[in-house]
Write a protein that binds this ligand. Structure first.
Ligand SMILES: Cc1cc2nc3c(=O)[nH]c(=O)nc-3n(C[C@H](O)[C@H](O)[C@H](O)COP(=O)(O)OP(=O)(O)OC[C@H]3O[C@@H](n4cnc5c(N)ncnc54)[C@H](O)[C@@H]3O)c2cc1C
Length: 261
């Protein structure tokens, strides 16, 4: 799936260098950045360097006060958002329970921060509500010139099932976002993962054109409800030619994997 994204990025004129570490940034006479040096000794001329390194929770304050800190450095709220006696947490400073592994995971997203903030707010004002956990559902797009690709994922990837010690089978299908004869139809590639013994849905990834990515929500709803691959393949999803194929792309992937299993 990442190869599909890379080909769009490269088609937009970007040179992609993978598995390469940045060893140094060199500056010119006036102190301006001029070169990026990789660990393998390649030297890349640069006018601007943008570092996209992810984020880390700044939890020193709580750690020094004795609050528990997770493996990603975030606070570990209980389901009601409580960190300790009279201390509550929500958002990017916190880890959250992943519904598929049952373990804390660090997924700093606005969708979680909003829900967690509401849970904490309700509990602080006398309520008793809990945060349901996370699935890692994310969505984005790459757009440059004529190149346009939507990207989405939910649940566990192949690497994550390996790390979690879960057996998984997967396949990728190619389809279209609308019936093939409709002018708005764009390509959509769907990867689906399931557990062979239980037939539980484990994850999905989507790479495609306009209106491809938001289809991930059908799989996210299925994961939230611990749905089997067979149920995802047969559930009642909408269809009309401008919007989908008669077998929705998500369901074609699920059906083919179910058949193979
Ligand atoms: C460029 C970008 C795009 C994003 N796009 C998406 C997206 O499409 N979808 C999605 O789900 N998520 C997205 N996110 C992530 C999302 O924005 C965050 O997960 C979310 O804002 C976290 O909310 P928060 O309240 O925990 O933290 P924040 O929104 O960071 O709020 C923390 C606040 O605390 C303040 N603060 C920090 N230290 C102190 C201090 N010592 N005293 C007082 N105040 C302090 C900060 O100034 C800030 O206002 C994006 C993030 C970025 C940066």
């Amino acid at each position: 799936m990442s190869g599909r994204i890379t080909s769009h990025v490269e088609a937009a004129g970007v040179k992609v260098i993978e598995h390469s570490e940045v060893a140094a940034l060199r500056t010119g006479a006036a102190g301006e950045v001029s070169q990026v040096v990789t660990a393998t000794g390649d030297v890349i001329p640069a006018d601007v360097v943008v570092l996209g390194l992810g984020i880390e929770p700044a939890t020193e304050l709580g750690a020094n006060a004795g609050l528990a800190i997770g493996t990603s450095g975030g606070y570990l709220p209980d389901p009601r958002g409580r960190l300790g006696d009279g201390i509550w947490g929500a958002g990017d400073c916190c880890e959250a329970i992943h519904r598929l592994t049952g373990e804390y995971a660090f997924m700093p997203l606005g969708t979680h921060a909003n829900k967690q903030g509401r849970v904490v707010g309700e509990n602080l004002s006398g309520g008793n509500v809990t945060f349901g956990g996370v699935l890692g559902t994310t969505i984005t797009r790459f757009e440059a010139g004529d190149e346009y690709v939507e990207i989405a994922r939910t649940g566990l990837s192949t690497a994550e099932t390996d790390r979690a010690g879960r057996r998984a089978v997967s396949l990728v299908t190619e389809g279209t976002t609308a019936s093939g004869y409709m002018p708005e139809a764009t390509p959509i590639a769907t990867k689906v993962l399931a557990e062979p013994d239980t037939r539980l849905l484990l994850g999905m990834q989507i790479v495609g054109g306009n209106n491809a990515a938001k289809r991930i929500d059908a799989a996210a709803a299925g994961l939230w409800g611990a749905m089997s691959i067979d149920d995802l393949a047969s559930m009642d999803l909408s269809y009309a030619p401008p919007f989908a194929t008669a077998w929705e792309a998500v369901q074609i992937a699920a059906r083919r994997l179910a058949e193979r299993m």
